[in-house]
Design a protein around this ligand. Sequence first.
Ligand code: GDP
Ligand code: MG
Length: 445
Amino acid sequence: NLSDRLGTVFDRLRGRGALSEQDVRDAMREVRIALLEADVALPVARRFIDAVTEKAIGQDVLRSVTPGQQVVKIVHDELVEMLGGESGAQAEPLNLAARPPVVVMMVGLQGSGKTTTTAKLAKWIREKHGKKALMASLDVARPAAQEQLAVLGTQVDVATLPIVQGQQPVDIARRALESARLQNVDVLLLDTAGRLHVDQALMDEMKAVAGVSTPTEVLLVVDSLTGQDAVNVAQSFSGEVPLTGVVLTRMDGDARGGAALSMRHVTGKPIKFAGTGEKLDALEAFHPGRVADRILGMGDVVSLVEKAAATIKEEEAEQLARRMAKGQFDLNDLRMQLKQMQNMGGLGMLAGMMPGMKKAKAAMAQSGVDDKVLVHMDAIIGSMTPKERARPELMNAKRKKRVAAGAGLEVQDVNKLLKMHQEMARAMKQIRKMGGFKGLAAAFG
Ligand code: GDP
Ligand code: MG
């Protein structure tokens, strides 16, 4: 895993005072290997290392008080640039300003997540842009592909073009445009057919569809789990159809990160969205800065807080963010977190998003904690006194026994919960030390 590997290299650098040029070169050799192992294309990795090395061995850096920290920052900034960010703050938005109906065309291989992403985007456009959308499936290759989109349409409450059997993609695209005009639709989303592999017939079909629909956005949907293959697919498509952006799906999975890092270089186009699950709200604007943070192992705290804010009341999220930022995190906070975990789709969803969550999750898995146990944990904290919740260090053997009995569980379960709290509190403190809360503090004042 890329973030683990880089994390190790940088933990070593961060802790150091004076650095020599050789230290930097050694570290960069390891970074290079980590990038290649994460499926970053070779020329991309090489360019990255050259740029970082040049900046890092500058006299100012090596003579500074905290050279290690500065090298980490240089790597971070370079990652952001590689991911397509100038300042790294903002994801590139959809271009919906053209005269309606604005056409958004989705392209990509079969199974990459085009149809799902089309529905997610339609929902996004309806909810976040307040625009009227229409979806049309041009997939006549796969049986029931058009029906699949119709079903998703009802789920996200966005109209789909009525299905007419026997029509070819180009004719469906024309009919969709006509229908969009008649119904005063703002944004028309075209979900196209894929193939198992890139071939000329597919490219010809995409060109023909683009020809009749003149899309404002042509989004390439790629599966981030396919690593170097995703990069090859991007290369093939970008030579043939006028892409305007990329959507990386399955970012919730165990992606090695390389696809994201190479995508900008290969297509010359920004990554605009990340798919983070099968559910239709599992779509995020792609923020280069946050992904760089995540790759460097700082955890995607801002995304996490946003996610939480969407699920729970906003004041609660702000309060939690502020307390996390200050390094305060008691059992009341843990309880709130557990509630949110349940709301947000369980433990799996949170893994990789939260700082130290990987460690905490491993600890939980080891002690047999799963989603069902969230309920038990809530019961344990519920049996504690307010004082115990605020100061978990008070929990001695006697108190543990009382609490366990109150929750109808064993002392062992209480210990597990306390251990998990400790892990999380420690992870948050670490993040704070590394300055990973800067963005968060700015966002929440
Ligand atoms: P298409 O052939 O390109 O239209 O792909 P589909 O949209 O039919 O998606 C194929 C499978 O991938 C479906 O089971 C989706 O639920 C799943 N999928 C799509 N996007 C994501 C994602 O971001 N995360 C996860 N975990 N699954 C996804
Ligand atoms: Mg499809």
